[in-house]
Design a protein around this ligand. Structure first.
Ligand SMILES: [Zn+2]
Length: 304
């Protein structure tokens, strides 16, 4: 269509009421801004929300699988523009509280779908540890914020697109860096890392954490047999921060090197970004993997 033939009044109407116009739509009050269940998701949401909306993580250093909001957080949930969380599959205690919050004021990320699971077990719902899934999360947050604050819809969507491009690059950086370690046996104390290691073809064996008091001798023996069967003598055990004697002992009894990972970014500085979270995890992982001798160097990785 030739735009010079557009009647002028139509152009004016389009300008006033077209996408991005705000004359006819009011923003919802920002209230306490975005409340997000865990810090990694808050880091992603912050990329989209921009300077206009505050973003706060709820769980802090608490185990997010068991986080239940206290009195102050319950009051904040009532006032929030939007509550972003994974869903009852991951955050059962929070689910009881959020059952009372109207649906339009909460975004259950896992219920939205659209995540990549290649290389990760279907039951591993720690989707944020895969940069390409972080891009999916950002798009979902942008979509909901656009409904709540239509005057800023274009900004939310533009930021989500920019973030998505950066995540495509970050995913390549991560996969190339890990690809060279795909034959190194890796044991994890928490079955949470399929989305981090999996896309590069690096498999993880999870210790059963059914018995909280310590990993059973039988489980360790079975794991050792699996490691022996794989033909690789040396590998890594990844626990979680802070580094501790129990995980170190477990690693020693399996004959593995040991390092602690920080999947929630609790050790990161206050102004850290989502990229910082992924790159610091990579650094923590490589600190251990680099100790395994005869590891092929990652520069023979695929270049796609
Ligand atoms: Zn977990």
């Amino acid at each position: 269509m030739n735009s010079t033939k557009y009647p002028l009044f139509l152009l004016i109407l389009l300008t006033l009421f077209g996408p991005g116009g705000c004359a006819d739509r009011a923003d919802a009050p920002a209230g306490d801004g975005l409340l997000v269940s865990v810090r990694p998701l808050a880091l992603v949401a912050r990329e989209v929300a921009g300077p206009e909306i505050t973003v706060r993580a709820l769980a802090g250093n608490t185990d997010p699988h068991h986080y239940a909001p206290g009195v102050a957080d319950r009051a904040a949930l009532e006032r929030a523009l939007l509550v972003v969380w994974l869903g009852p599959q991951m955050e059962g205690a929070l689910a009881r509280q959020l059952a009372q919050l109207p649906e339009e004021r909460q975004l259950q990320l896992l219920a939205q779908g659209g995540y990549e699971f290649g290389g990760a077990a279907p039951a591993d719902l720690h989707v944020w540890l895969r940069p390409r899934n972080a891009a999916v999360i950002a798009a979902q947050v942008a979509q909901r914020l656009a409904v709540l604050q239509p005057a800023h819809a274009d900004s939310f969507k533009r930021r989500a697109r920019d973030f998505s491009r950066r995540m495509a690059n970050l995913q390549k950086v991560l996969d190339r860096a890990l690809w060279g370690y795909r034959d190194v046996p890796i044991v994890v104390t928490h079955d949470a890392y399929g989305h981090f290691f999996g896309p590069a073809g690096v498999e993880t064996l999870a210790l059963s954490d059914a018995d909280a008091g310590g990993h059973g001798a039988r489980a360790l023996l079975e794991l050792r047999q699996q490691l022996d069967a794989s033909g690789s003598s040396e590998g890594c055990l990844f626990g979680e921060v802070p580094p501790n004697a129990r995980d170190r002992q477990t690693a020693a009894s399996l004959g593995l090197h040991y390092a602690a990972l920080d999947p929630l970014g609790v050790m990161l500085p206050a102004d850290a970004s989502y990229e910082d979270l992924v790159l610091s995890l990579l650094e923590q992982a490589r600190a251990c993997l680099a100790q395994v001798p005869d590891t092929p160097q990652p520069d023979d990785a695929p270049t796609d």
